[in-house]
Design a binder for this molecule. Structure first.
Ligand code: UT7
Length: 324
């Protein structure tokens, strides 16, 4: 018998404040045209004052539980992918546990920046396959607006806030790629590229939370090359090929990266879920947001083969192949 981690529900939350590109024209030397042409981003959401990562994560988790028809107190574990937690500790996942009443669940954060949701999914899969948990909430939630330098046009126009969540549950499979659930994962890190994308503050250095710094064009180069490679590696591991893919659900950083990766993976853009125009780059939240929006749009259906892939600070990158 093969155990699979199967998706039972999905949900998301976006803060109510929508920030169109034009708002940045008053802050830095940029234009709506430049941002649209170079990134595909048209607008993003920013959290309200006092609205935290765990607030948004809890709303997304409740939406995913409602979609699954599963009660919060039957959840065994909560994994929250975030680089913008409410506090240095405890983990924001513990605040979500309290807010949604998931009293039986153990809870911890996963920090792999924009690749965080992929890393969290792979860890949740491992917990389910090893029998340590049967039902897991896997959440991605970020308030990147709090770590942006609004004088740096190369970064402040790119990011947004939001949250998305999945409910995973152990189910019996046949051990073939026809099974529903997570079929393969591929995780990677190269810590030599820290200077390309990092936050210039932290607990044991400056004692501040710091601001995001990025050499965008260098990250771009790594992204296109590494995302296609990790996507192929995960498909190989699942004994599948690009021809089997119904949807790529990529990290939403830049439409040009998304398109170039799809081309390298030989998957047409009609099979790619794109939300970057509405959300910007929400880091670890972008994939679960795209999964939730993709389902709500009627794109993703039960039985579809999905590849999710992401890269971010570290550099860390990876992919998950799953049948919805
Ligand atoms: O999610 C984590 C992973 N992060 C990413 O995947 C982000 C990857 N990088 C990118 O998406 C792109 O590199 C950017 C959107 C950040 C930048 O696009 P680019 O085509 O790589 O531009 P560039 O950095 O090579 O800069 C080209 C020019 C520069 O001006 P000069 O030196 O040619 O005069 C920049 O200063 O564009 C300028 N520029 C801007 N101009 C108007 C940079 N940001 C802006 C801006 N508005 N907001």
């Amino acid at each position: 018998m093969t155990i699979r981690a199967v998706v039972r529900g999905v949900g998301h939350y976006l803060p109510s404040r929508v920030v169109p590109n034009a708002e940045f024209e008053a802050l830095v030397d940029t234009s709506d045209d430049w941002i649209r042409a170079r990134t595909g981003i048209e607008r993003r959401h920013f959290a309200a004052e006092g609205e935290t990562t765990s607030d948004m994560a809890a709303r997304a988790a409740e939406a995913a539980l409602a979609d699954a028809g599963i009660a919060a107190d039957s959840i065994d574990a909560i994994l929250l992918a975030t680089s913008t937690p409410d506090l240095t500790f405890p983990a924001a996942a513990t605040m979500v546990q309290r807010k949604i009443g998931a009293s039986r669940a153990f809870a911890f954060d996963v920090q792999a920046v924009c690749a965080g949701f992929v890393f969290a999914l792979a860890n949740a899969d491992a917990l389910i396959l090893s029998g340590q948990a049967r039902r897991i909430l896997v959440i991605g939630a970020e308030t990147f607006s709090r770590i942006l330098d609004f004088t740096d046009r190369g970064t402040c126009v790119l990011f947004g806030d939001g949250a998305g969540a999945l409910v995973l549950e152990a189910a019996e499979g046949t051990g073939t790629p026809a099974d529903r659930g997570i079929l393969a994962t591929d995780l990677n890190t190269d810590g030599t590229h820290q200077d390309l994308l990092y936050v210039d503050g932290g607990v044991s250095t400056t004692g501040t939370s710091g601001q995001l710094r990025m050499q965008g064009n260098q990250v771009f180069r790594h992204a296109v090359e590494k995302l296609a490679a990790t996507g192929h590696a995960a498909l190989d591991r699942a004994q599948l090929t690009s021809a089997d893919v119904d949807w790529i659900v990529p990290h939403q950083a830049n439409l040009r990266i998304i398109a170039a990766t799809a081309q390298r993976m030989q998957v047409p853009m009609e099979k790619v879920v794109v939300t970057v125009q509405d959300h910007g780059n929400t880091s670890a939240a972008s994939i679960p947001l795209a999964l939730s929006v993709g389902k709500a749009r009627g794109q993703i259906h039960e039985g579809d083969l999905l590849v999710t892939e992401a890269i971010g600070g570290g550099l860390s990158w990876g992919a998950v192949v799953l049948r919805w």
